[in-house]
Design a protein around this ligand. Structure first.
Ligand code: NAP
Length: 323
């Protein structure tokens, strides 16, 4: 089969499209013919081993542990392992392989069946591949860390990227009043996915306009923790989902301390792949409450170019690989 092969940490140029052996499913795995994959910031962190912690987190210390990168897939089950009971050949599935050896950027991949779910019936493979990691991060950030409630005022900072476009729609599905913060060129996207209010960060500073929120999620936030804290209502919650390294480390290190010194909570979300949450997402997608926003499509041989584009940090929704 054809696959993108990753043998050295470094820039996307090191990735090669090669002919490799087609995998065989272990007892509790299924073999999936990949029809589409999607990119996440996770991919370039693993590719470059940045931050250095990647090397200590099981992805290889001196060289990549997993030869074929990529986490989000949508495809068709081709074969099932002896003890795999949940799926049958021809089932259409989707999932996030970040917890089980990666391998999405290939024509076939084996995955434990408990990390996959049936693909939403109304979505194409490309649309379904856009969902797993970004949408489950958004769901777990809003529901589990943000304790989102109907009627709450929720602000999404960085609403136009892969995670942000899911955050907005999932927050709306919970009945929240959603304010998006994005740049001028993304204002229309934010409105089209259901934002009640849009703040163009090139014209207005959401921390200085007197508005206060019950929940703020920073998908691509670039403000200090104290700025976010100031923009919260009493008992409000800030959830850091992504952003710069400084952003991430300050939320991890200072967030717990700031949460102890007042009624406002400063939390972080590190999403976990979850079959249960893929099923929750399937319902939201099949009822039309959430629709993936796809920015660009690339082919398998163009994965390096696609990652270079994502790394620029200005994707408008998700970047998809058609296999
Ligand atoms: N916690 C987790 O488990 C988890 C899971 C997945 C991803 N993440 C992290 O979440 C972050 C976002 O991921 P993503 O897939 O959404 O990234 P992405 O698709 O690359 O985000 C790009 C978008 O962010 C916007 N943006 C960039 N800087 C901004 C700023 N300062 N203010 C407002 N918007 C800004 C860009 O619009 P403009 O260029 O027009 O501003 C663009 O539309 C990454 O840091 C990623 O590592 C975390």
């Amino acid at each position: 089969m054809k696959a993108i092969v990753h043998t050295k940490f470094g820039p996307p140029d090191l990735l090669e499209l090669k002919e490799v052996a087609k995998p065989t499913p272990k007892e509790e795995e299924v073999l999936v013919k990949v029809h589409a994959a999607s990119l996440n910031a996770f991919d370039w962190h693993i590719l470059r081993a940045k931050p250095f912690l990647v090397r200590l987190a099981g992805f290889g210390f001196l060289k990549p542990k997993h030869k074929i990168p990529g986490v989000d897939i949508a495809g068709r089950v081709e074969a099932v392992g002896r003890n795999a009971k949940q799926f049958q050949p021809n089932d259409e599935v989707y999932g996030d392989l970040s917890g089980c050896g990666l391998g999405a950027f290939a024509e076939y991949v084996c995955a434990p069946e408990n990390l996959l779910a049936l693909k939403p019936a109304n979505l194409s493979f490309e649309e379904a591949a856009a969902v797993p990691m970004a949408a489950v991060t958004a769901l777990q950030g809003l529901r589990d860390k943000g304790k989102i409630q109907p009627g709450q005022k929720v602000l999404i900072h960085g609403a136009s990227g892969g995670v942000g476009t899911f955050l907005v729609q999932i927050a709306k599905s919970f009945g929240a009043e959603v304010t998006c913060v994005c740049s001028t060129r993304n204002v229309d996207i934010a409105r089209s996915i259901g934002a009640d209010h849009v703040i163009d960060y090139t014209k207005e500073d959401f921390t200085q306009n007197g508005q206060r929120y019950d929940l703020i999620v920073g998908a691509n936030g670039d403000r200090s923790l104290s700025d976010y804290k100031r923009a919260l209502n009493p008992k409000g919650i800030y959830v850091m989902s992504g952003g710069s390294m400084a952003q991430i480390f300050s939320a991890l290190l200072l967030g717990p301390w700031m949460s102890m010194t007042g009624s406002k909570k400063m939390a972080t979300v590190a999403a976990k792949p979850s079959q249960r949450d893929l099923v929750v997402m399937r319902e939201l997608l099949e009822t039309g409450k959430v629709k993936p926003v796809i920015d660009r499509r690339y082919t398998l041989s163009e994965v390096a170019e696609a990652i270079r584009y994502l790394e620029e940090g200005h994707a408008q929704g998700k970047v998809v690989i058609t296999v």
